[in-house]
Design a protein around this ligand. Structure first.
Ligand code: PLP
Ligand code: COI
Length: 356
C-alpha cells in the first residue's frame, strides 16, 4: 500500500503531558496522548486531515450524532517490540470493518488507506507514548460521528472522523466472570449488531449493570429470537474448548461483531493443527459441558480485553466454575503466543504487525 500521496496538516503541541503519566497506576482509557487526528466530511467529500494538539472540541447542541446516534468507532493497539520499533496490530482489518460499520449506519466510509495512514502518522508523532512496559500498549480509538446542526431525522451531510490514543494496560485485571443473558438482547437479525455502532454499547449498559450487581464483569449475550445460542460478550468474542476442540459462535448472522482478535486466534490455532469449529453454539452444550467437567477452557478475545480467561459462567442461579487458570493449557499458550508475536519475541509469520 502506498501512503506517500496522503498528506495531513500537522500542528504540534507546545508541551508534552507524558511526564504527568503515572505508569504504575494507569486506568484504562482515561489518559490521552499529546495529539489527535481530525478530518471533516462536507460538500460531499473528505477534506484534508489534520493532526493537532489533543483538546476538547466545540459542539453544536443540535449535533445530530448526539440526537440520533450516527456514531461508530474502532479499537486497535500499537506495541513497542523488543527491538524498540513500533508496530500496530492488523490496522487494515479495522479499516475494513470501519467501512462496513459506516455503510450500515448510512455514513460516508473513510477510505481504508486514509484510515491507516492517519493512525500511522498519529502514532509516529506520539511515538514516546508507546511504552515497552510489559503488558502495556497504546490503545487507538478511531471514531466517526454525524455533525449536522439539525434536529430533523435524515442521514447527516457532515461528519467528523477523529483518532485519539491512550496508553493502557489490561482491561480486565482478573479472570472474568460472565453471565448468560436470557432476557435482554444485544442484537437482532437485521439490526446493527455486526457494526461497531456506539448505540450497541449504550443499549447494553443497563443489562450489563444488572449482572455487575450480581458480581459478574460482563454478560454473555444469546440470540434475540430464542436465547438458545451463545453470541458474544459485551467487550469481546467468546471461545470454548470442549472435548479437545476449540468452538466459537460463527459470524454468519449479522448479530455478532466480526472480531479481529478472534480471527487471528483461529488462524494461529489452525496453524498448530488444531481443529476449530465456527458454528452455532448452544447455551445447553456450554452449560452441560461446564457441569460435567468437559468444558476445558473458556476465554474472551478482543483488542482491549486481549485473551481474557473466564473463571465463572453464570447461568440462571448457577455459578459454573471453569477449570483453574493454571490448568488452561490452550488459552495460556494462545495468550503467550499472541503477546510474543506483538512484541517481536517470535517471528510474525502471519504478517500481522504493521510497522510505523
Ligand atoms: N465484540 C464486541 C462487542 C467488542 O466490543 C469487541 C471489541 O472490539 C470485540 C467483540 C472484539 O473485537 P476485536 O477483536 O476486533 O477487538
Ligand atoms: C475494543 O476492544 O477495542 C473495544 O472496543 C472494547 C471496548 C468497549 C473497550
Amino acid at each position: 500500500m502506498s501512503t506517500s500521496t496522503i498528506n495531513f496538516s500537522i500542528k504540534k503541541a507546545l508541551d508534552s503531558k507524558i511526564n504527568q503519566v503515572d505508569w504504575e497506576n494507569l486506568p484504562f482509557g482515561k489518559v490521552f496522548s499529546d495529539h489527535m487526528f481530525l478530518m471533516e466530511y462536507s460538500d460531499g467529500k473528505w477534506q484534508e486531515g489534520e493532526i493537532i494538539p489533543f483538546a476538547p472540541i466545540p459542539m453544536h447542541p443540535a449535533m445530530s450524532a448526539v440526537h440520533y446516534g450516527q456514531s461508530i468507532f474502532e479499537g486497535l493497539k500499537a506495541y513497542r517490540n523488543k527491538d524498540g520499533e513500533i508496530t500496530i496490530f492488523r490496522p487494515d482489518m479495522n479499516a475494513k470493518r470501519f467501512v462496513e460499520s459506516a455503510e450500515r449506519m448510512c455514513m460516508p466510509p473513510v477510505p481504508e488507506e486514509i484510515f491507516v495512514e492517519a493512525i500511522r502518522k498519529l502514532v509516529e508523532i506520539d511515538a514516546n507514548w508507546v511504552t515497552d512496559k510489559e503488558g502495556y500498549s497504546l490503545y487507538i480509538r478511531p471514531f466517526l460521528f454525524a455533525t449536522d446542526e439539525y434536529v430533523g431525522i435524515k442521514p447527516s451531510d457532515t461528519y467528523k472522523f477523529m483518532v485519539i490514543t491512550s496508553p493502557v494496560g489490561a482491561y480486565y485485571s482478573e479472570p472474568v466472570r460472565i453471565k448468560i443473558e436470557e432476557h435482554y438482547t444485544r442484537a437482532a437479525e437485521g439490526g446493527v449488531g455486526r457494526a461497531k455502532a456506539a448505540g450497541n454499547y449504550g443499549a447494553s449498559l443497563y443489562p450489563a449493570k444488572q449482572c455487575q450487581l450480581q458480581g459478574f464483569h460482563q454478560l454473555l449475550w444469546t440470540d434475540a429470537r430464542e436465547h438458545k445460542y451463545v453470541e458474544e460478550s459485551g467487550t469481546m468474542n467468546i471461545m470454548f474448548q470442549i472435548g479437545g476442540k476449540l468452538i466459537t459462535p460463527s459470524e454468519d448472522s449479522d448479530t455478532i461483531l466480526r472480531g479481529i482478535t478472534k480471527r487471528s486466534v483461529i488462524e494461529l490455532v489452525e496453524s498448530w493443527g488444531m481443529e476449530v469449529e465456527e458454528r452455532k453454539v448452544t447455551v445447553e452444550e456450554v452449560v452441560t459441558a461446564a457441569r460435567n467437567g468437559t468444558l476445558e477452557d473458556a476465554f474472551g478475545v478482543g483488542t482491549a480485553a486481549t485473551i481474557a480467561q473466564v473463571a465463572v459462567i453464570g447461568y440462571r442461579d448457577e455459578r459454573l466454575e471453569v477449570p483453574a487458570i493454571e490448568t488452561r493449557t490452550l488459552s495460556n499458550k494462545i495468550k503467550n503466543h499472541m503477546d510474543a508475536i506483538k512484541t517481536g519475541e517470535i517471528e510474525d509469520t502471519f504478517g500481522w504487525n504493521f510497522k510505523v
